[in-house]
Design a binder for this molecule. Structure first.
Ligand SMILES: Cc1cc2nc3c(=O)[nH]c(=O)nc-3n(C[C@H](O)[C@H](O)[C@H](O)COP(=O)(O)OP(=O)(O)OC[C@H]3O[C@@H](n4cnc5c(N)ncnc54)[C@H](O)[C@@H]3O)c2cc1C
Length: 395
């Protein structure tokens, strides 16, 4: 790993200063409070302002197409995180926009992509279904051809951001009799089409996601992405990106694994706890002078450091698992006032560890569960073969 400091050029330093000034004017306490209340992880005003200032285009385009050069891209990623810019819907939008660029017709690209870069068009992921999401190829939402249209019926669970988006990247089943990976067709469905109903769901950490019902939704064939029954080809790339199966770049200007943003909440909780356990009380003793506090806090920090240094798909598992392991230890070390949530009087670490405690289970579910990732590592990285769930035969 390369720990060298990056010397910023005058231009890059100016970019950093401008970015910080813009974000401190945009991501106000009011924006953050509203975001916690709605659980949206998206703020339209901030998103549109970033579009106007060219940050959405800078992030999405490659350097060759006018996007940020490597160092600026890294600075931008770090500042977004430092300022807690609400991020989920921008993330799904840029992921889906790549598939639109690759598989959409020229007319569809023209309809969608300029708005993605200005911030007016947002895109969400319609993969998971109420009956199960890990094996998304078992999709039951049907699309049936009717002339130049398709008629879609079904339901999708956890379509995060649907209520703030204009289109959903929808997996449908177009041939129930075919083998499952040859039965899928992808669409980019406008969310204002009649027959679509979006209902909100709140998760344990306060995030909002949605269940979306599709009843006789008529979708023009021009919203199809890729071949009929060729949806798996369209899906592979965004799934790989979401699963963290793409290598980090060798120049060190990139997170070593995905989910580092989520891991950042654990890092802050550890930092806050460090300040508290190192502070002397009225009797002159510090909590960390107690051997059990020193042991459990030290173990938490060591685990956190290992998790944030673990690369690619292993890092994804390490971060989610470590968040689950570390949060209860931090809360125990800090005492009962650590059970109070953020912005509550008396919350000893302003709710940092309590938030990680509620957030960690989700980090090990969305985009693929920890169990599924462990199986993928066993099968594809360690070469241990396909898992067998049959009952072992006794000799
Ligand atoms: C906050 C949040 C946001 C989300 N946002 C989106 C979104 O925007 N769009 C979207 O489409 N989906 C979204 N999801 C859905 C998410 O991707 C799924 O929850 C996830 O893929 C798991 O699917 P499932 O919940 O249907 O669980 P299931 O697949 O039903 O799994 C149930 C249990 O069985 C285990 N299991 C399943 N298969 C295997 C296997 N092969 N090996 C070992 N164990 C297995 C799982 O680990 C789990 O414990 C979101 C979920 C959450 C919690």
């Amino acid at each position: 790993m390369n720990f060298e400091r990056v010397e910023l050029s005058v231009e890059d330093q100016a970019f950093l200063d401008d970015t910080r000034a813009l974000l401190s004017s945009l991501v106000t306490d009011e924006v953050l409070r509203r975001d916690r209340e709605t659980g949206d992880n998206f703020d339209e005003g901030v998103h549109l302002a970033l579009g106007t200032a060219g940050y959405l285009a800078g992030e999405w385009n490659s350097e060759a197409d006018g996007g940020f050069p490597r160092v600026r891209r890294r600075l931008w990623e770090q500042e977004k995180r430092r300022f807690h810019v609400p991020w989920v819907t921008s993330g799904t939008t840029s992921m889906v926009a790549r598939s639109v660029q690759e598989f959409g017709s020229p007319e569809l690209r023209d309809e969608v992509l300029p708005g993605v870069l200005s911030g007016h068009v947002r895109l969400c992921l319609g993969y998971t279904e109420p009956e199960g999401g890990s094996d998304i190829a078992t999709c039951k939402t049907r699309a049936v051809r009717d002339g130049e249209h398709w008629v879609v019926n079904g339901a999708k669970m956890f379509t995060t951001g649907a209520h703030n988006c204009q289109y959903v990247f929808l997996i449908t089943n177009t041939d129930p009799d075919a083998p499952k990976h040859r039965s899928l067709t992808m669409f980019l469905v406008p969310l204002d089409t009649p027959g679509i109903e979006i209902q909100g769901i709140r998760t344990v950490d306060g995030d909002r996601t949605n269940i979306v019902y599709y009843s006789d939704v008529r979708v023009d064939d021009r919203y199809r992405l890729g071949e009929v029954n060729g949806g798996w080809t369209v899906l592979r790339e965004p799934l790989n990106a979401e699963h963290g199966a793409v290598d980090a770049s060798a120049d060190g200007l990139q997170d070593v694994s995905i989910m580092m943003h989520q891991g950042g909440f654990m890092v802050s909780a550890c930092d806050r706890a460090a300040a508290i356990v190192g502070r002397s009380g009225r009797d002159g003793r510090r909590p960390v002078d107690d051997g059990s506090v020193a042991y459990r806090f030290g173990r938490s920090v060591a685990r956190m450091e290992v998790a944030i240094s673990t690369p690619n798909v292993f890092g994804r598992v390490a971060l989610a698992q470590t968040m689950r392991d570390v949060a209860p230890d931090l809360m125990d070390v800090l005492g009962e006032a650590a059970a109070l949530p953020i912005d509550t009087d008396g919350a000893i670490d302003d709710g940092a560890s309590e938030y990680v405690y509620r957030f960690a289970p989700l980090v090990g579910i969305y985009g693929g569960t920890l169990e599924v990732f462990r199986n993928m590592i066993a099968q594809y990285v360690l070469g241990l073969g396909k898992p067998s769930y049959s009952v072992a035969k006794t000799p």
